[in-house]
Ligand binder design. Structure first.
Ligand code: ADP
Length: 250
């Protein structure tokens, strides 16, 4: 049973839009603590796959399991979010009028387990968690700055920190380094490599240099026409004739 030890198991998923298959018998599983990169040309089905995982799109057939028991196809988007799947979209959506610290605090208090204490003073344990996250996302010392004044890269890190504050079981990142400088991209790779093993993360990304940096110890999945074309170590995937053909369009 491939679900054993998996945080996510997509089993033979098809999503049809008026007969067109955006996903076509897609099977994929993510282990607990894994950092998985998903690549593939435009139209491969990457966004649709993330939409299925978060409940925004419904499978026409197949099943999607979260953890050992939860059937994602039977849950609403809100239920899925509360069950512990956090998604970060391409554009940063931080609270620009609040400080970096307040953004992390708000993210923590949005968690339904913490929300009843929205107006309560932070406990020292909560303060420690925020401080640890600030260091993790490279914003230590910037906590009193307004989020709106951060660079694009810093905003992306802050949003990753906001996801971490909610302690998700699975984090989905959609093109996290789009629009970042080379230095910011390199630091994001460091950050994600530090999160490996502690969190289960799926990254959809077009920047192959970045993918190479974060895929060294993990697996890469190549999607094409709604299915898995290749999966394995970056070196093997890069050398795969079918992958080369799809990317070079020969
Ligand atoms: P990617 O994110 O890999 O670029 P998408 O998942 O966005 O791929 O799209 C896969 C295919 O499904 C594309 O051909 C796209 O045009 C089609 N598609 C996606 N969403 C819809 C929709 N809501 N209605 C019709 N076609 C869609």
């Amino acid at each position: 049973d491939t679900r054993h030890g998996a945080v996510l198991y997509l089993d033979d998923i098809t999503v049809s839009f008026d007969g067109f298959r955006a996903l076509n018998k897609l099977t994929l599983d993510i282990s607990v603590g894994e950092l998985r990169c998903i690549i593939g040309p435009n139209g491969a089905g990457k966004t649709t796959m993330m939409d299925v995982i978060t409940g925004k799109a419904r499978p026409t057939s197949g099943s999607a399991f979260f953890g050992q028991t939860l059937d994602l196809a039977k849950m609403t988007e809100t239920e899925i979010a509360h069950a512990g799947i956090g998604r970060k979209f391409q554009r940063p959506t931080v609270f620009e009028q609040h400080t970096v610290f307040e953004n992390l605090e708000l993210a923590m208090k949005m968690d339904k387990r913490v929300r009843p204490t929205l107006f309560a003073r932070l406990t020292s344990e909560q303060e420690d968690r925020i401080a640890a996250t600030l260091r993790q996302i490279r914003l230590h010392g910037q906590e009193d700055r307004l989020a709106g004044l951060l660079s694009h890269g810093q905003k992306q890190w802050l949003e990753i920190g906001m996801l971490l504050m909610q302690e998700p079981q699975l984090i989905l990142l959609d093109e996290p380094v789009a629009g970042m400088s080379d230095a910011e991209t390199a630091r994001t790779a460091e950050l994600l490599n530090e999160l490996r093993g502690k969190h289960s993360i799926m990254v959809v990304e077009h920047d192959m240099g970045f993918v190479a940096e974060i895929a060294q110890q993990g697996k890469v999945t190549v999607l094409h026409e709604g299915s898995v074309l290749a999966e394995g170590r970056m070196d093997d995937v890069q050398a795969d004739e079918r992958v080369i053909e799809v990317y070079l369009g020969r």
